[in-house]
Design a protein around this ligand. Structure first.
Ligand SMILES: [Zn+2]
Length: 188
């Protein structure tokens, strides 16, 4: 049973959950009418035969517009995770957090959209932690098909969420480090 002043931890999948591409997920903390949010990834998906004339599709962030967004945390540099930042940033303004390789590519993207001056882009070391009270977000190294793929351990007063991002278990990755099994085990 909940009441209007009770803190809750909620997950809001606006894109990319149960579908490929266009990742935009958010976590909210607080009572129903006074939540603080973090956004994880802001990606695109690409048009195909079913969407004639449409090259790129972005998620719909309407639900989050005007909300208290503490930060936008990017897991890795694939277009389906960062590709919509240029188009959607004005609607979900908040500081960005990414590891160095991802941040480099985001910077280029923001420049293309003339946003480089307006956006606070914070570089976080691999394995680093971002404090977005009441969220504490720690980057967890995983393996995938690009440099610096990360999962996120999202700690809150109501529990910890492991947001995996895109991953596979690969003990001999072509780029980057092996999945940080010790960190994940410790979370468990
Ligand atoms: Zn990916």
């Amino acid at each position: 049973m909940t009441n209007e002043t009770q803190n809750e931890l909620v997950f809001l999948p606006l894109g990319g959950s149960n579908e490929v591409g266009m990742n935009l997920n958010a976590y909210g903390f607080g009572p129903e009418h006074d939540r603080k949010w973090i956004i994880v990834d802001v990606g695109v998906t690409f048009g195909d035969q079913s969407t004639p004339g449409v090259d790129v599709i972005v998620p719909d962030p309407s639900f989050l517009e005007g909300e208290n967004i503490l930060g936008i945390v990017l897991t890795h540099a694939h277009e389906d995770h960062i590709g919509a930042l240029g188009w959607l940033f004005d609607r979900i303004k908040a500081p960005l957090y990414a590891t160095p390789f991802t941040a480099f590519l985001i910077r280029e993207k923001l420049r293309d959209h003339n946003l480089a001056e307006d956006v606070e882009l914070n570089e976080i070391a691999l394995g680093g932690t971002v404090n977005l009270d009441p969220f504490e977000v720690t980057y967890v190294t995983i393996t995938h098909s690009i440099a610096e793929p990360n999962g996120l351990a999202i700690k809150t007063p109501l529990g910890t969420v492991l947001h995996t991002g895109d991953w596979k278990i690969d003990d001999e990755p072509v780029v980057g480090d092996k999945t940080d099994v010790a960190a994940i085990t410790k979370l468990g």
